[in-house]
Ligand binder design. Sequence first.
Ligand SMILES: NC(=O)c1ccc[n+]([C@@H]2O[C@H](COP(=O)([O-])OP(=O)(O)OC[C@H]3O[C@@H](n4cnc5c(N)ncnc54)[C@H](O)[C@@H]3O)[C@@H](O)[C@H]2O)c1
Length: 339
Amino acid sequence: MTGKISLALIGVGNVATTLVKGFEFYKNSTQGLWHPKIAGLTLNDFTISAVYDIDASKVGKKIGDIVKNHKSDFGNLTIQPGIAEDTAPSHIAQNGQVKSASYDEFVNALKNVKPDFVVNLISSGMEKSSEKYAKAALDAGCSFFNATAAHTVTDQTRKAFESKGIMILGDDLMSQFGGTAFHRGMIDFMASRGIFLRKAYQLDVGGNQDTQNTMAEETRERKRQIKTQSIAIESPIPFQSTAGTTEYAEQLGDSRVSYYWMEAGGFLNSPVELDLSLRTNDSTNGCNVIVDSIRAAKKSLSSKDFAKVDIISAYAFKNPTKKMHIRECIKAFEDSFLN
Ligand SMILES: NC(=O)c1ccc[n+]([C@@H]2O[C@H](COP(=O)([O-])OP(=O)(O)OC[C@H]3O[C@@H](n4cnc5c(N)ncnc54)[C@H](O)[C@@H]3O)[C@@H](O)[C@H]2O)c1
């Protein structure tokens, strides 16, 4: 493999700005990295080639104006207009106007930059825009990484990307140690000790922009279904379950609290009850998974090993086309890419 992995980031919000800070910090450190090297690649092997948004208060500004007080190699990149196919989230309407480009203008802009990966980090609830970004990446000949809950990965889109020698990865990023991953890990551990779950819930409360956007009824329901199905796979027997975002509380800032309650049974059906909470930082929680899976995808692309998409997607997303147990997908990912 030669050259850097170039990214076009779509949506310059919490996650994108955290990635920018991470690429600077990890020039000289590995502290806090899940996997410092994947496929022989470090975080120094990334570059950001372009950034896009539709918020008029961001478009035209430099990354350095948004990620203030942080040195970055990418500080001089200007935020370009993306495409807007949905009603803008309320925060954009409050900030002013939407500034967008036509589909053709956007595809031409991508073709000029030719990033390896278009990384979709736009607001929750922008389903049509996410689907359009996937199509634009395909038309421009770039791989597509979908962190949002929009449904972009189907057998059809996979085949279309693979026929051009590129990949589509998604949907809905699973944070490194967020509400869903932790919930799945607890069920897996219980089942491995012969304790079987009967009922559970996971109630997520967060304070950032994305949580606020998730409160829209349709988006909340979609995310609830994805989380509940993602968690269900860990239990060998069906159980009654609800998992989803229940509240936006501004005072939590960029953190998220997941409240868990579980009722299980042991020998003679003796009761086991668990009640706990987990508080994490939302935007940092996604970044290790993003940089790991894109490095793995870069390696798979260079060896034209498209079958690895299933492993990468099960590791990185809550709603991959092929679901795997959390323990199995981490093992399969590390067996494939840790060298
Ligand atoms: N741990 C995590 O942070 C995590 C985990 C899972 C999924 N995700 C998903 O990743 C995405 C990004 O999260 P975030 O916290 O950075 O969100 P955010 O709300 O902070 O940022 C979203 C950005 O996208 C921009 N945007 C909205 N519509 C756009 C469009 N059509 N084109 C270009 N830009 C557009 C907004 O103006 C904003 O700058 C969300 O969809 C979120 O659900 C994040």
